[in-house]
Ligand binder design. Structure first.
Ligand code: MG
Ligand code: MG
Length: 252
C-alpha cells in the first residue's frame, strides 16, 4: 500500500470528505439542549446514506468490539469513541465532540468537531479555541518535504504553550482505502517517527486536548475514552491532502 495516492484515488477521497463536510453542515443545527446523542447519530447516518456514503465507524472494531453506531459522540470529560445513547441528553453548558467517518466507492474521509451546547463556561470555550487552533498549526506544517514530526511538534508546542495537555494514547493517521492507515500522526514530537511528508499523501490530523492532566482511561463499556481526572477534553480533526504548498483541507 502506497502512502502517496494517485489522482484517481485523491478524487475518491475528496468525494468521501465532501460527504463528511456536508453532514457536519447539516447536523450542527440540531445540536441543542434536550436532544439525545442517539437522535443525532440517526440523523447523521441517514444524511451520510442520502449522499451515497456509508458511516465508516459503524461496525468498526474498537478494542476488539464492533462500534454499534454511525458517529462517535463524546461529551465533556469523554475524549473520543463515545457511544450515542437514548439516555444521553444534551444539556446547556455541555461540549460535544462528534467524529464522522465516511466510506464511499472504497475510499474514506474523516473529521471531528467539538460544539458548544447553549452557553458554555469560559474555561470550556478556551479549550475549544486552543484545540481547533492547534489543528491549524499542525495543518500549516503538512507540506511536501516536511516530516510528520513537524506537524506533531507544532500542535504540541501550541497546546502546551497555552497551558493544556495532549492525549498521547490516540493519534492521527493516513486515510485512504482504510480509515486508519500509515503514517501515524501523533500530536506530540516522537523521535522514533521518521515519516517524511510527500505530495499526494492524505492525513487525518486530530489533536485531542485535555483541560487538566493528559491521562485517559477507558470506561466500563470498553470503548469510551475519558479523562482520568474528569476534566473536559476537546477533539478537532480534518483530512488533508499534502501538496507542494499549503495543504488542501478536504473536509472543509
Ligand atoms: Mg475521526
Ligand atoms: Mg481519525
Amino acid at each position: 500500500m502506497s502512502l502517496v495516492k494517485n489522482d484517481k484515488e485523491i478524487e475518491l477521497i475528496r468525494d468521501a470528505c465532501k460527504i463528511v463536510r456536508d453532514t457536519f453542515e447539516y447536523i450542527k443545527d440540531y445540536i441543542k439542549e434536550g436532544v439525545t446523542t442517539f437522535e443525532l447519530d440517526l440523523l447523521i447516518e441517514n444524511k451520510i446514506k442520502s449522499f451515497g456514503g456509508y458511516p465508516a465507524f459503524k461496525g468498526y472494531r474498537v478494542n476488539g468490539k464492533r462500534f454499534p453506531a454511525s458517529a462517535c459522540i463524546s461529551l465533556n470529560s469523554e475524549v473520543v469513541h463515545g457511544i450515542p445513547s437514548k439516555n444521553t441528553v444534551l444539556a446547556n453548558g455541555d461540549i460535544i465532540s462528534i467524529d464522522i467517518g465516511v466510506l464511499k466507492n472504497g475510499y474514506h474521509g474523516d473529521s471531528a468537531n467539538t460544539f458548544a451546547v447553549g452557553e458554555i463556561s469560559a474555561k470550556k470555550q478556551k479549550l475549544l479555541n486552543i484545540t481547533n487552533e492547534s489543528l491549524f498549526k499542525g495543518i500549516e506544517q503538512a507540506k511536501d518535504g516536511n516530516e510528520v514530526n513537524d506537524i506533531s511538534s507544532a500542535i504540541q508546542n501550541y497546546v502546551e504553550g497555552s497551558g493544556f495537555s495532549i492525549v498521547r494514547e490516540l493519534i492521527g493517521h493516513g486515510v485512504g482505502k482504510k480509515l486508519h492507515e500509515e503514517p501515524p500522526v501523533p500530536n506530540y514530537y516522537n523521535p522514533n517517527n521518521k515519516y517524511k511528508l510527500l505530495k499526494g499523501m492524505v492525513l487525518a490530523i486530530e489533536p485531542m486536548v485535555n483541560y487538566g492532566s493528559p491521562g485517559v482511561k477507558t470506561k466500563s463499556d470498553g470503548r469510551t475514552v475519558v479523562t482520568a481526572d474528569g476534566e473536559p477534553s476537546a477533539h478537532f480533526e480534518h483530512t488533508v491532502l499534502i501538496t507542494e504548498s499549503y495543504p488542501e483541507v478536504l473536509t472543509i
